[in-house]
Design a protein around this ligand. Structure first.
Ligand SMILES: Cc1cc2nc3c(=O)[nH]c(=O)nc-3n(C[C@H](O)[C@H](O)[C@H](O)COP(=O)(O)OP(=O)(O)OC[C@H]3O[C@@H](n4cnc5c(N)ncnc54)[C@H](O)[C@@H]3O)c2cc1C
Length: 408
């Protein structure tokens, strides 16, 4: 009789096949080959390039590679289904699949469910406003824009990065429409003086009307009302006031930040459940000094890689690395022919250095292509993806117990 019993392989479950989840999966699968089963759960079989959804909204073709393709030859398994509950006590996740409800066990979990749309408490938004936070939302907007006639009014609400990218994309693709960008603040307030001036020039060149210091009070089918009572024609209204983190962490009773993101310590572990790691839009470091690590593809990829490294370190009994990251630039598309690259400090403050125009557009396109290329490279050469300032920890030495007071 052989006295060598085969040890059970460690089960690593990744929830969410976006930028963070796919990168984490491919980074772990080959490096843990033979020691762990890595499974990716995603509610659709393909990868959504969310950073291009404003392009989809104006009818451009955006590639959506299958997740099977992105994971091929890594040894990772794809489970297509919707995670409906996490039970950290039993270490199981309930997953609704086409074949029925499954209970999937894990030893380590990576929570990477991202963010999506949600209606703010403004009358008529849920019923009448479009959004580009999800692929379905972008496709609905594309279909609605397709029905618009010359001279129809389109209002984009919110002048953050998404509102700026969407309004300029629509204005460039549909010069026959009258596009207004509505903001309760001022345009380019989070850019340098040079960046704000370049943005204003692009809005003028594309004939986008910018209404600053104007808050939206309500939306109806073909009009909107501002907070000062003005009624404006709006045949299509798109809400770009921010993304909402996935609600599963909160509904499963895991500790979250006030906005519902899974609360993590400096090693990207859930506070209270150290076998759960997190990455991407659905998570946040539970300390005030980490606030600048905002939602974004630019943070989702580093978080996904760092979470994967710490899962591997935990399995190997090695020391975990605190998450380190610093920003370097904001890359903004202004249609296909113009772009704005705003240099920023490590904590995302604008500096007086910008690249604009066609060169800006080329750099931005290169950055978008890089995101898919990074996933492909990581699949072939796991562990190679790296990011700026990873060796400067954001919360050096932070532990779950030190951070517990910051949970909302
Ligand atoms: C129009 C637009 C432009 C943008 N431009 C930029 C930009 O220029 N730069 C930048 O940094 N960021 C940009 N972003 C933000 C960026 O897209 C997000 O920050 C990024 O997608 C977050 O990645 P993620 O992996 O955390 O989550 P996601 O990409 O949201 O992926 C989450 C995945 O989880 C799946 N999922 C959700 N719930 C479940 C469930 N219950 N069960 C199973 N699967 C589930 C989803 O289907 C999805 O596949 C942009 C976003 C939009 C919409």
């Amino acid at each position: 009789m052989t006295d060598v019993l085969e040890a059970r392989r460690v089960r690593v479950l990744v929830l969410g096949g976006g930028y963070a989840g796919v990168l984490a999966t491919v980074r772990m699968a080959k490096r843990l080959a033979g020691r762990a089963e890595v499974t990716l759960v995603n509610d659709r079989p393909d990868f959504v390039q969310r950073i291009r959804l404003h392009q989809l909204a104006v009818g451009q073709r955006v590639a959506a590679p299958s997740l099977d393709h992105l994971l091929r030859k890594t040894g990772a398994t794809l489970l297509v289904g919707r995670a409906t509950e996490i039970d950290p006590g039993d270490r199981t996740v309930s997953v609704a699949t086409a074949e029925g409800q499954l209970s999937v066990s894990y030893d380590y979990l990576v929570y990477a469910l991202g963010s999506g749309s949600g209606a703010p408490p403004i009358a008529g938004i849920a019923e009448h406003a479009h959004h580009v936070a999800t692929e379905e939302g972008a496709r609905r907007l594309a279909s609605r824009l397709g029905q618009c006639r010359e001279g129809d009014h389109v209002t984009v609400v919110g002048a953050g990065l998404t509102g700026v990218e969407l309004s300029t994309e629509i204005a460039e693709a549909r010069p026959d429409l009258r596009v207004t960008l509505l903001t309760s603040g001022s345009l380019g307030s989070d850019l340098s003086a040079a960046g704000a001036a370049a943005l204003a020039r692009a809005m003028t060149a594309l004939s986008v009307t910018v209404r600053e210091h104007t808050a939206l009070a309500s939306a109806a089918r073909t009009s909107i009302r501002t907070a000062d009572g003005e009624e404006l024609d709006s045949h299509v209204t798109a809400w770009c006031g921010g993304f909402f983190p996935n609600a599963l962490a909160r509904s499963s009773g895991l500790p979250t930040l006030a906005d519902g993101r899974l609360a993590l310590d400096g090693h990207l572990r859930s506070i209270g459940a150290p076998e759960i790691f997190g990455a991407g839009d659905g998570v946040g470091l539970a300390a005030d000094e980490a606030r600048y690590v905002r939602m974004g593809c630019v943070t989702a990829l580093p978080l996904g890689a760092a979470a994967a490294d710490n899962v591997i370190a935990t399995i190997e009994g090695a020391a975990l690395e605190p998450f380190g990251f610093g920003f370097f630039a904001r890359c903004i598309s202004l249609g296909r022919r113009r772009g704005l690259i705003q240099r920023v400090s490590s904590d995302d403050q604008p500096m007086e250095s910008v690249i604009t125009g066609r060169l800006g557009a080329k750099i931005k396109e290169g950055v978008c292509r890089f995101t898919l290329a990074a996933l492909a490279m990581e699949r072939l050469f796991p562990g190679t993806y790296s990011w700026p300032k990873r060796h400067i920890p954001i919360l050096p030495g932070s532990t779950s117990s030190e951070l517990a007071a910051n949970i909302g």
